[in-house]
Design a protein around this ligand. Sequence first.
Ligand SMILES: N[C@@H](CCC(=O)N[C@@H](CSO)C(=O)NCC(=O)O)C(=O)O
Length: 218
Amino acid sequence: GEKGVKLLGIWYSPFGHRARIALEEKGVDYEYIEEDLSSKSELLLKSNPIQKKVPVLLHNGKPICESLIIVQYIDEVWPGKKPILPSDPYDRAQALFWSDYVDKKIYESGMKLLRAVGEGQEEAKEFTENLKNLEAELGERKFFGGEVFGFVDIAMVPFTNWFYSCEAICGLKVDEAVPKLAAWANRCRERESVAKTLPDPKKVLESVVDFRKKMGIQ
Ligand SMILES: N[C@@H](CCC(=O)N[C@@H](CSO)C(=O)NCC(=O)O)C(=O)O
C-alpha cells in the first residue's frame, strides 16, 4: 500500500466521508485519524492553519485541504483504475458545477433544515427544491458520472445520510419527494467504498438531536 497517507476527519462529517470514499475507490491504504474539534490537535492546526477544518489529507507529510480539492488530488495522484473526474473539459466543468451546487445549496439548505425551529416546513420546502434540481440533473442515468461512480456522486452521497434525520425531525419523506434520487442513493450505498465509510444514519440522527438540544432548538 501507499506509504504516508493519513486522513484527519471527524466521524459525522460528510466532507470527510468524501475523501474516504475516494481513497477507498482507488484502493489506497491510509491511516484515519479522528479529530476532536473541541480541542483541535497540533497536527490539524499545523496542517490547515488557514481554515482549521477537517478533512485534511496528509500525503508524504504534505497537507491537502478542502474535501473536493482532496478528491481531485486523489484522482490525479492515483490515476490507475476508476477515474473520478471526467477527462473531457466540458464534462469536467459540469462535474465541478454540480459538486459546487452540493456544497452551496444542498449543504446549506440541509443544515438549515436540521437546525429548524418548530415544523421546519419552509426549510423542508427549500431543501426539497434543491434536491429536485439534482434529481433533474441525474435524469435516468445510473450515476452523475453516467455509468461511472464519479466526482458528483462522491460529493453528494455523504449528504444522503441526512435523509433519515430530515424525516425524523420534520417528516420530510425524501424517497417520495425525489424517488429517482433516493434510488440513486441506494445504488451508491451498496458500493463497498460508501458502505464502509458512512456512519449509521441512526447515529447521525442522535448527534443531530444532541446538537439541537445543545442549541436549545425545539
Ligand atoms: N469546505 C470544507 C468544509 C469542512 C468543514 O466544514 N469541516 C468541519 C467539520 S464537518 O462540519 C470542521 O472542521 N469544522 C471545524 C470548525 O469549523 O472549527 C470542506 O469541504 O472540506
